[in-house]
Design a protein around this ligand. Structure first.
Ligand code: F6P
Length: 342
């Protein structure tokens, strides 16, 4: 048995921990061989492979990024993409493919598995934590930790100058990073993509914070939108899955706050700092368990499935089900944290 492994989409801390667990269990317990595919779906499309054995995965548990590389290549956008993938898998004598990715990478895996008979098992990753069917994706806990530390640091400098600090965090469709780090870091305003925001209301919260003699911290997810306007973008180009490159709302909001309240407002965009570096202990734990269960699913021939966290158990769910809709922040949860606004 030879198993292919790929990591697709935006990287996140914990990818290497998954790869290591898959290979360690696959070799030690099942006697499998492995082929790594480079840069997400580009690897099987171009037949670009990398050696994947126990020596190759030594020492990678605490390392961020991915030893396999990643990309946002969409094989379904290429006319002969499916044929090329099938041919290259056959050429490499790969019997099953473990795809580690978010909604886009796994969306392709679901179609390849369900419609074209390519035996795939999925592992959910994204710092955004927006994949349904799993309580958490790995990478999210690390990103929240980084964002919370940044907010803690920004409090002291905001207080020294009595200015507004707007912190833009990642979160394309879902405000999980914003709401978790904002709550943990004691932000005075948290804005998420799920709920359009009223700039006047934001300014009201900012002003009331100053009245209490504290400087406000506004956490805004990159995908958050004002009530009466469109998404604020600096760059409108699309990737091969049709997504725009986000970032810009933080800067825009700081200008609006400054204009409407007369208070100085600055922006910090955390960007890829949230995705880089070593994974948290929780993410190493979750990623490792996902890897162990993914190779077990391969052994069982349970294809078209994704491993998922439910409570403290790892279960298998259809990949198609997990990618059918995104897991977003419930309005009731947003309302719950609203007690700290202002
Ligand atoms: O999907 C995860 C994510 O980090 C989003 O939060 C963000 O919008 C996007 O990836 C950025 O992707 P990239 O760095 O690949 O442009």
């Amino acid at each position: 048995m030879r198993v292919g492994v790929l990591t697709g989409g935006g990287d996140c801390p914990g990818l290497n921990a998954v790869i290591r667990a898959i290979v360690r269990k696959g070799v030690q317990e099942y006697g499998y061989d492995f082929t790594g595919f480079r840069d997400g779906w580009r690897g099987p499309l171009d037949g670009d492979t990398v050696r994947l054995d126990i020596p190759a995965v030594r020492g990678i548990l605490p390392r961020g990024g991915t030893i396999l590389g990643s990309s946002r290549t969409n094989p379904l956008k290429q006319e002969d993409g499916i044929r090329r993938i099938k041919e290259n898998l056959a050429k490499q004598e790969v019997d099953a493919l473990i795809t580690i990715g978010g909604e886009d990478t796994l969306g392709v895996a679901a179609r390849l598995s369900d419609e074209y008979g390519v035996p795939c098992v999925g592992v959910p990753k994204t710092i955004d934590n927006d994949l349904s069917a799993t309580d958490y994706t790995f990478g999210f806990d690390t990103a929240v930790g980084i964002a919370t530390e940044a907010i803690d640091r920004l409090h002291t400098t905001a207080e020294s100058h009595m200015r507004v600090l707007v912190v833009e965090v990642m979160g394309r469709h879902a405000g999980w990073i914003a709401i978790h780090s904002g709550l943990a870091g004691g932000a005075n305003v948290i804005l998420i993509p799920e709920q359009r925001f009223d700039v006047e209301k934001v300014c009201g919260w900012v002003t009331s914070r100053f009245k209490a003699s504290y400087a406000p911290i506004v956490v805004v997810a990159e995908g958050a939108m004002p009530q009466d306007g469109d998404m604020v973008l600096k760059d409108e180009s699309l990737d091969s899955f049709g997504h725009v490159r986000l970032s810009g709302v933080g800067e825009w909001l700081a200008k609006e706050i400054e204009k409407r309240t007369g208070k100085e407002a600055r922006t910090t965009v955390l960007g890829h700092v949230q995705r880089g570096g070593t994974p948290s202990a929780f993410d190493r734990w979750l990623a490792t368990r996902f890897g162990l269960h993914a190779i077990e699913a391969v052994r069982d021939g349970d294809f078209g499935k994704m491993v998922a966290l439910r409570g403290t158990d790892i279960v298998r769910v259809p990949i198609a089900e997990a990618t059918a809709r995104l897991k977003t922040v419930d309005p009731a949860l947003y309302e719950e944290v609203g007690v700290f606004f202002g």
